[in-house]
Design a binder for this molecule. Structure first.
Ligand code: HEC
Ligand code: HEC
Length: 223
């Protein structure tokens, strides 16, 4: 009898853990609620060509069409300070887990209906030099075919992202001891160590020139 109870308790424990892990893997966000929340975001992420000027000048990243798990992971990275960007830190600190899941669900599907399927083979071939850099970093092995199909949902789509943003993002993984610039993700910190800043920029230029799912879409006001 006692044994049966402990087996049941152990089983319940496993189920609980499994459910918890699942919730973290796939934030089941509500895209409609996310659309309302996104009022806070459109002033920067909903204006085509909008430039951020602090701490560095570059175009604000495109997030419509990005993967939901990656959007949630990056917002949590700002919230925890693993990414130091001051504006996004302030914005994400004000968001609950539910709001992050809703916003991620909203932006992942935003504009998806207008997307054309992106081919798995690169539309543009890299120069010999850039091809050698990409091979050295095995970038495709994680960011996926044509840099648009990451092997894990928590990894970003980067094809067609603004090249100046990609360059700033790559440099941030190299930056230490700066209170306003830096990213601590272990995978990418190890990656960028093997490259010079001009090499990172050359890869960013190429990846930004590829067709991909990412868009900046003006969002209709919704009050
Ligand atoms: C004042 C302008 C501004 C506002 C408002 C803003 N963002 Fe951002 N966002 C930025 C900038 C600039 C970056 C790039 C930061 C960096 O270099 O890490 C960014 C980065 C991001 C990223 C990471 C993108 C990537 O490819 O890693 C996500 C996701 C994001 N923002 C979502 C949001 C959401 C959701 C909101 C609204 C709740 C929002 N942002 C509001 C300017 C803004
Ligand atoms: C082992 C897997 C892996 C490899 C290999 C890899 N990446 Fe990444 N990459 C990631 C992950 C995971 C992230 C998200 C990190 C974070 O949350 O800050 C990322 C983030 C990025 C970003 C930031 C995107 C954004 O929207 O902010 C860029 C740019 C990038 N990688 C480019 C590259 C390039 C170029 C290479 C090859 C030199 C490369 N990656 C190799 C896994 C990888």
């Amino acid at each position: 009898m006692n044994q049966a109870i402990s087996v049941l308790l152990a089983l319940a424990g496993t189920l609980f853990v499994a459910a918890g892990a699942h919730a973290q893997d796939a934030p089941a966000g509500d895209a409609v609620a996310g659309q309302k929340r996104a009022q806070v975001c459109i002033g920067c992420h909903g204006i085509v060509g909008y430039q951020a000027s602090f701490p560095e000048v570059h175009k604000v990243p495109m997030i419509s069409g990005q993967g939901a798990k990656y959007i949630a992971a990056s917002l949590n990275a700002y919230k925890k300070g693993e990414r130091k960007h001051p504006t996004m830190r302030g914005i994400s600190r004000a968001l609950s887990d539910t709001e992050i899941a809703d916003l991620s669900a909203y932006y992942a599907q935003h504009g998806a209906s207008s997307l054309k399927a992106v081919a798995d083979t690169p539309a543009v071939q890299p120069s010999v030099q850039v091809a050698a850099l990409l091979t050295r970093g095995a970038c495709v092995s994680c960011h996926g075919a044509n840099f648009n199909k990451p092997i894990d949902g928590s990894y970003p789509k980067i094809a067609g992202q603004h090249a100046d943003y990609l360059s700033v993002a790559l440099r941030a993984y190299k930056t230490e001891d700066n209170p306003q610039v830096g990213r601590s993700n272990g995978i990418m910190v190890a990656q960028v160590k093997q490259f010079t800043v001009p090499e990172l920029k050359a890869m960013a230029q190429y990846i930004g020139s590829l067709p991909g799912d990412l868009r900046t879409l003006p969002q209709s006001k919704f009050r």
